[in-house]
Design a protein around this ligand. Structure first.
Ligand code: ATP
Length: 286
């Protein structure tokens, strides 16, 4: 039996770190939304009692380090399943980019196996299981647009932002999320205005959304990788209404309402950046 499911990337409209907790995690507040740039996960049942992983792109582990593997393994153990599963990942989301590609693959695997194995788990139950794999997996199980708190696993869904174009540009460097958090110094850092962003989204106020984008992790990544700042400046110069780094980076995104403007930004960035994408916000869960 086969089951195919989309695993969309996310961007952060805000990312705030409130403090470091006693358990070592950072207490965060982030508004995330899914975009129309997605991996496709194909699950095929196997007769053998094993999990195998295959990916269309390089740089993705094909063993138990893969988050999709961990998702299948966790569900098998929790429900005592002996069914083998082959997971094929058609990789479209850039890796180590701040777009939650691995987390989304894990979330899609949980959702797909829930159907394939008739587990009848609710979205909340799947999101709670996802939190055991990684902080962004819970959000990816819900998809759409949400405020994530705690270490990212406390999810409050919010309405979709008004539709707009997103141009993404990823410089050819991968950023380790763990390293960025390790280097973060919260003294004097400018915090994003999360409540104002939520209101802006609820009011579908595109201009306020564009002006309220904010990510505390820029304070680390922009300093370490000046090329990320350079891309931000270029996007701004080319006419994006709001520009921000997503997650721990290095991907930068720009917002615009108009397709022709998005095309101009896209063309302008293609000159010095290999990986540029022009996509729509999904906004609502699929
Ligand atoms: P986030 O935004 O959640 O911090 P990211 O977009 O920065 O995530 P990922 O693409 O998820 O980063 O990859 C981070 C690391 O996870 C990489 O080192 C990669 O080898 C590993 N990884 C494990 N499973 C996957 C997967 N299915 N797809 C991509 N990377 C994976």
């Amino acid at each position: 039996m086969k089951h195919s499911i989309k695993a969309p990337a996310k961007i952060n409209l805000t990312l705030d770190v409130l403090h470091k907790r006693e358990d070592g995690y950072h207490e965060v507040e982030m508004i995330m939304t899914t975009i129309d740039l997605a991996d496709r996960i194909e699950l095929t049942t196997l007769k053998e009692d094993l999990i195998s992983i295959e990916s269309s792109g390089g740089f993705v582990p094909s063993d138990s380090r893969n988050l999709a593997y961990q998702a299948a393994d966790l569900l098998r153990n929790k429900f005592g399943r002996k069914d083998g599963i082959h997971i094929f990942i058609d990789k479209q989301i850039p890796v180590s980019a701040g777009l939650a590609g691995g987390s989304s693959d894990a979330a899609a695997t949980l959702k797909g196996l829930n159907q394939l194995w008739h587990l009848n788990l609710t979205t909340k139950e799947l999101a709670d299981i996802g939190a055991e794999i990684g902080s962004d997996v819970s959000f990816c199980v819900y998809g759409g647009t949400a405020l994530a708190k705690g270490r990212g696993e406390i999810i409050r869904q919010i309405p979709a932002p008004p539709p707009c174009w997103i141009v993404l540009a990823k410089p050819t460097l991968g950023v380790s999320t763990a390293d960025v958090y390790r280097q973060l110094n919260l003294d004097g850092v400018a915090h994003p205005q999360t409540e104002i962003m939520i209101n802006a989204i609820e009011q579908k106020d595109y201009n306020l959304i564009s002006n309220t984008l904010g990510n505390v992790l820029e304070s680390v990544t922009l300093q370490q990788y000046p090329e990320v700042n350079h891309i931000k400046e270029q996007m701004d110069r080319l006419g994006a209404d709001g520009v921000l780094m997503s997650g721990s980076g290095p991907t930068v995104f720009g917002l615009t309402l108009h397709e022709s403007r998005a095309q101009r930004i896209y063309n302008g960035l293609r000159g010095f950046c290999n990986e540029v994408y022009m996509v729509r916000m999904l906004g609502e869960p699929e």
